[in-house]
Design a protein around this ligand. Structure first.
Ligand code: HPA
Length: 239
């Protein structure tokens, strides 16, 4: 039965789903990393695919940018399509000098200026954390990549163009590794709905230095984070 934003049939999605922000990235992952991938939804061009990775059923679907958009798709995937493990594969901007462009960040926790988790949590501050089994599997998989991999806190921002640049100093002083726009919402949603979530992020730019990847580098670098995410998917799929 289709949902307002996903036109797929029951059973069309695997229990584990990778979630890039960009639907074209979803198509890229389906084409280049999955076997026998087929498109299962394309409402608003937000494409989703299901195939297999090393024999295990895996789906991949775009979420758009920002917590509200990502939570719409993640909620419908969990409540209507039986997705239990959600792995965001996305980009982020790094803050500390020792995190480089092209590095991978596993978001153990996600701070935010969004109000969604406070709303869920009765006005209290919810610690938005990754699922431990997914995180541990991703850390194990990271040992096989040639990219530096960092594990720690990220900040899921409501603003891409923030009006107060002074906020960066606050984030940096508390050890935040990078800024992105979805993980905290995804982690809160997963907690509320009994699912498991992890964000595997590629550093596309450095916020302090202004250094940014070329499109070629972005293409190559997505391989490291996608492989880590898929290997983690295999572990939770029980294969
Ligand atoms: N802010 C938010 N999201 C991002 C950034 C950023 O600087 N870079 C890549 N994704």
């Amino acid at each position: 039965m289709p949902t307002p934003h996903i036109a797929a049939e029951p059973g069309d999605f695997a229990p584990v789903c990778l979630l890039p922000g960009d639907p074209r990235r979803a198509a890229h992952i389906a084409t280049n990393f999955l076997d026998d991938a087929r498109e299962v939804t394309a409402v608003r061009n937000m494409t989703g695919f299901t195939g297999t990775y090393r024999g295990a059923p895996v789906s991949v679907m775009g979420t758009g940018m920002g917590i509200p958009s990502a939570m719409i798709y993640a909620h419908e995937l969990i409540s209507d399509y039986g997705v239990r493990h959600l792995i965001r594969v996305g980009s982020c901007g790094a803050l500390p000098a020792d995190v480089g462009v092209g590095d991978v960040i596993l978001a153990m926790g996600a701070c935010t200026d969004s109000g969604v988790n406070r709303t869920r949590f009765g006005g209290l501050d919810f610690a938005a954390i990754a699922d431990y089994a997914l995180l541990r599997a991703a850390v194990d998989a990271a040992a096989s990549t040639d990219r530096p991999v960092h594990v720690g806190n990220v900040f899921s921002a409501d603003f891409f163009y923030h009006p107060d640049s002074g906020q960066l100093d606050t984030l940096g002083s508390m050890g935040v590794l990078a800024i992105e726009m979805e993980a905290a919402g995804l982690y809160g949603l997963a907690a509320a709905e009994g699912a498991a979530a992890l964000a595997v992020l590629t550093v596309s730019d450095h916020i302090r230095s202004g250094e940014a990847q070329s499109s070629d580098e972005r293409e190559r670098n997505v391989t490291a984070s996608t492989t880590i995410a898929l290997e983690a998917a295999l572990v939770v799929a029980g294969i």
